[in-house]
Design a protein around this ligand. Sequence first.
Ligand code: SF4
Length: 297
Amino acid sequence: MPVKKIDTPAPNRRATPGTQHAGTAKAAPPQKITTPKKSAASKKPARKTPAKASGKAIKTDGTAPRKMPKALADARARMAKKRKPRVQDAATVHAIFQALHDANPDPQGELHYVNPFTLLVAVVLSAQATDSGVNRATRPLFAIADTPQKILALGEEQLRDYIKTIGLYRTKAKNVIGLCEKLISDYGGKIPQDRDELQKLPGVGRKTANVVLNIAFGQETIAVDTHLFRISNRLRLAPGKTPLEVELGLEKVVPKEFRRHAHHWLILHGRYICKATKPECEKCVVREYCDSPDKRI
Ligand code: SF4
């Protein structure tokens, strides 16, 4: 009797949805196999070192850290506060300006000008340029054009020729022509003695307006440039993160008798002594009041 062949199904060969058996026309696309995420409960807790677990640092020799006595901690905090108050006290601020005054009783700006209008033009041209570089260009310019009308008669192209040695001269020439036109149309060709009005002129910001008001009209304004900003922070006269913050701080602390020339003293001190990278502290007349980390003696 012949033996009957019996087909037995392969063990555990289950069809999954989307798969096709061999012999059908198309092969099934590969399936993405994802592994189930472990539940939070099934995660093993990270092993903590004894220090981490307790939240305390341990010494390398294994002994427990000693806690600083409260009295000592308080004393240290008081000393730190005493050592570095945010702003110098009034007596020290007075002493600093007295020393700057004694070293240079009549400080002068270094820009060449012949009247308030030419001062305004010179300050506009001095942005991101040296005073000496501006003076080289403006001496011949102001010799032939010292009013808004004369600058306009010169025209933008010729003005550019006079100032082409100064950085950003194209933009500055445009601004000077614009401010001449506005001075004539809105202010009768005169320089307004008001900061807000000055700031309406092309190329004139708060610092420029402050310089003009101080030098041309004797107002007690303080123009914060890069030097003033640095020194006010180093000497803790008026620490601040922005020029405006420093300006408003200085207005509060500078004694009345020094306000007129405060900005000149600080600019000249920053330009020649308290330089940005290598301050010449050995020549500094206010070094005894300085505890800046930049101090080099
Ligand atoms: S001691 Fe040095 S860092 Fe301090 S204000 Fe004088 S020049 Fe500047």
